[in-house]
Design a protein around this ligand. Structure first.
Ligand code: SF4
Length: 365
C-alpha cells in the first residue's frame, strides 16, 4: 500500500451540509476505544505499509483529539510507516491552541485548516459553527510558531446568499493568511443532509457556481497558487502528494469507520458506524470489473491539470489506455482534453465540465 488514510470520526457538532461519517460530541471512552482499535490495525497492517509515502488524517475533525491521544497515534504511525514523506492532518481553527499546534506540527508536515468562509452569516446559513475574526488568524499563528511550513486552507463557495463579491472577499482574506495550499469546493446538497432538505426543489445556479470557480482560478493563480486540480490550488511544490497519488490510481489503505481502501484491483469500505466498526463488522467490498477500473483511474487523473503520461498510466495500471482511444479522441474533438501520442490532459473547459469527461470514460462502450 503506497498511501495511508486514517479516519477520525469525531466532530464538535454536525454541519447541516455534511455527509461524511462523524459522531458529534464524542465522549472520552469512545475516543479511547477508537484509538485502541486503530493502534491494533496499524500494527496488523505494518507489513503492508513499509513503503507508503503519504499519511493523511481526515475526518471528522482529527484536531479534536486530545493531545495525549494524538501523541500515541503519531508514535504508532511513525513506527508503521517509516518511509512517509508527507503527513497531512485536517484541523478545525477552534481547536488549534498553541499546545495543540505544537503536537500537530511535531509529526505532521502539512496541516489543512477548515475555514470554509470568513463570513459568520454564510457559515450560519449552512449550520456550521461560525468563527469570529481572530480565530483563524490565531490558529495560523500558532501553527507557524510551532514550525509548520506547509499550511492549507479549506474554503467553500456557493453558500446560500453568497455573491461573487463576498466570495472574492473570502479568497482575499484567505490569501492574507499566506497559505501554501487552498482547496475550494462548492457546497453541494448531499442527499439525506438537513441542507439538502432545505434547498430541495430549488434550481441550482450553475452559472453562479461557474463564475465563482473561475474567480478562484484567477485570484489564486495571480497570487502564486495556480489551480492544479479542479478544486485545488497550491504554490509550486506544495501540491497535496497524498491526493495526487490517489487521483493517479495509486493504492491506499484506509483505517477507521467509513474509510475506503484500494489495492489496485478491488475497493473496500469500512462500516460507517463506530459501534459496528469497533465490533469488527466486515468491510463492503467492491470488485470493479477491469475496464470500469481502468476508466475510473483514467478519469480521476484527468481531474488534475497535468493529466497523464502514457508511461505513468501504464506503470500504475499495468495496462495501456488503447481501449479508450475512441472516447479520448472524441473528448479531444470536443475540446475537453488535449491528446498527444504520449500524454492526455484536460483543457480548462475539460476541468469545468469534468463530469462529461468522466461519463464518457466510464460509460463508453
Ligand atoms: S466539521 Fe467537517 S466533518 Fe465535522 S460535521 Fe462539519 S463538515 Fe462534517
Amino acid at each position: 500500500m503506497r498511501n495511508l488514510y486514517i479516519h477520525v470520526p469525531f466532530c464538535d457538532g454536525k454541519c447541516d451540509y455534511c455527509a461524511f461519517y462523524s459522531e458529534p460530541s464524542p465522549d472520552a471512552a469512545a475516543i479511547r476505544r477508537w484509538l485502541d482499535r486503530i493502534l491494533f490495525q496499524l500494527e496488523e497492517s505494518a507489513p503492508r505499509l513499509g513503503n507508503a509515502e503519504t499519511v493523511y488524517f481526515g475526518g471528522g475533525t482529527p484536531s479534536l483529539l486530545p493531545e495525549d491521544v494524538l501523541n500515541r497515534l503519531f508514535s504508532a504511525v511513525r513506527a508503521a510507516v517509516p518511509a512517509a514523506v508527507e503527513i497531512s492532518i485536517e484541523a478545525n481553527p477552534f481547536t488549534v491552541t498553541p499546545e495543540k499546534a505544537s503536537v500537530l506540527a511535531s509529526f505532521a508536515n502539512r496541516v489543512t485548516l477548515g475555514i470554509q468562509s470568513f463570513a459568520p452569516a454564510l457559515l450560519e446559513a449552512v449550520g456550521r459553527r461560525a468563527h469570529a475574526g481572530p480565530v483563524p488568524l490565531e490558529a495560523v499563528r500558532n501553527l507557524r510558531e510551532a514550525g509548520l511550513r506547509n499550511l492549507g486552507l479549506d474554503l467553500m463557495y456557493g453558500l446560500p446568499g453568497e455573491t461573487p463579491e463576498l466570495w472574492r472577499r473570502d479568497l482575499e482574506l484567505a490569501l492574507e493568511l499566506a497559505p501554501e495550499h487552498i482547496s475550494a469546493y462548492s457546497v453541494t446538497p448531499e442527499p439525506g443532509t438537513p441542507f439538502a432538505r432545505r434547498v430541495a426543489g430549488r434550481p441550482e445556479d450553475d452559472a453562479l457556481s461557474e463564475t465563482m470557480w473561475e474567480q478562484a482560478g484567477t485570484i489564486l493563480g495571480a497570487a502564486g497558487l495556480p489551480r492544479y486540480e479542479i478544486s485545488n490550488y497550491a504554490r509550486h511544490g506544495f501540491e497535496s502528494r497524498h491526493n495526487s497519488n490517489v487521483w493517479h490510481g495509486q493504492t491506499y489503505l484506509g483505517l477507521g469507520p467509513a474509510a475506503c481502501s484500494f489495492d489496485g484491483t478491488d475497493r473496500w469500505t469500512q462500516a460507517a458506524d463506530l459501534r459496528a466498526w469497533l465490533d469488527g463488522a466486515p468491510p463492503e467490498i467492491d470488485r470493479i470489473p477491469r475496464r470500469a477500473r481502468l476508466g475510473e483511474i483514467l478519469m480521476m487523473g484527468l481531474r488534475t491539470v497535468r493529466g497523464w503520461t502514457k508511461l505513468e498510466f501504464e506503470e500504475e495500471t499495468d495496462c495501456t489506455w488503447d481501449d479508450f482511444s475512441g472516447p479520448l479522441n472524441e473528448l479531444a474533438g470536443r475540446g475537453l482534453v488535449t491528446l498527444t501520442e504520449d500524454t492526455v490532459a484536460p483543457t480548462e473547459r475539460g476541468l469545468a465540465f469534468w463530469n462529461d469527461v468522466a461519463e464518457m470514460l466510464v460509460f463508453a462502450p
